[in-house]
Design a protein around this ligand. Structure first.
Ligand code: SF4
Length: 259
């Protein structure tokens, strides 16, 4: 994979900026599609893998598709348990719990921090402005939202969108682990520092985690920025685009460098 060069070149900076803007649908610039490449080629060209806190999946290797026919039903059962959950104080202020949604056999999962206002009102993950940008990010990979699974670390909205408290994460974390173990994604893109640190058990700033790949429960975790951050800091979209290119490589897709 062609990653951002170490020596900054103005032409490369402009190209990366245009690619990310175009990829996320912010400008009407031509974008050719992704072409499939072999899994080995993609994985070998991706960012170097680092060791996370949990590198082992309990029951399968990451390259195997899920063969459990009851996965959709099991995910529905988890969603039902989440809807009825009162294990932490967030149950008292939520409108709807937000279990997450998507393809039960997705190869790519996105994990955010927590539901926001729009998600709380609708009971669906990433449906506000951030969700619209996430949709464009997914489509830039040549995928549809229905192809991926989207969830959050915690399932109920914290008041005023504050960061989730440690005890809230602890109470809720098992739901996400169950979802990961059922879906068995090959790649998990964590969205933002809160999601990344909570998933991996780290406490690092985002700029030190993105650009790296971490093994976790049989998947490869690719940290990138949260869409809400990208809406506030659009100049960072080229970095998010680079992260998505890493995910694409791990999935055996190749993003063309030039249209
Ligand atoms: S945030 Fe999680 S643990 Fe807390 S009430 Fe909601 S579903 Fe239960």
């Amino acid at each position: 994979m062609k990653d951002r060069p170490h020596r900054v070149d103005l032409a490369d900076v402009i190209r990366w900026h245009l690619e990310s803007e175009r990829a996320f649908g912010m400008h009407e610039l031509p974008l050719s599609g992704l072409r499939p490449v072999s899994h080995g080629e993609g994985a070998a060209a991706a960012a170097p893998t680092e060791v996370g806190r949990d590198g082992a999946h309990p029951s399968k290797t990451s390259s195997e598709p899920s063969s459990d026919p009851d996965v959709p039903a099991a995910l529905e059962a988890i969603a039902g348990r989440i809807a009825a959950c009162t294990a932490c104080r967030l149950s008292e202020s939520r409108t709807h719990a937000v279990p997450g949604q998507g393809n039960p056999r997705a190869r790519l999962m996105f994990v955010g921090e927590a539901p926001g206002r729009d998600e709380d009102l609708q009971g669906l993950a990433f449906v506000g402005r951030s969700g619209q940008l996430l949709t464009r990010m997914i489509e830039a990979l040549g995928l549809r939202r229905d192809d991926v699974f989207i969830a959050n670390v915690i399932k109920c909205r914290p008041p005023e969108n504050r960061d989730p408290a440690a005890d809230e994460v602890q109470a809720c974390f098992h739901f996400l682990m169950d979802q990961i173990d059922l879906v068995r994604p090959e790649v998990i893109c964590t969205l933002g520092g809160c999601a990344t640190n909570n998933l991996l058990g780290r406490s690092d700033p985002m700029h030190r985690m993105r650009g790296r790949v971490f093994p976790f429960r049989g998947a490869q975790v690719v940290p990138t920025y949260h869409p809400s951050y990208l809406l506030r800091r659009p100049e960072e979209k080229r970095k998010a685009w680079a992260d998505l290119q890493v995910a694409a490589r791990l999935l055996g897709l190749e993003v063309p460098r030039k249209s």
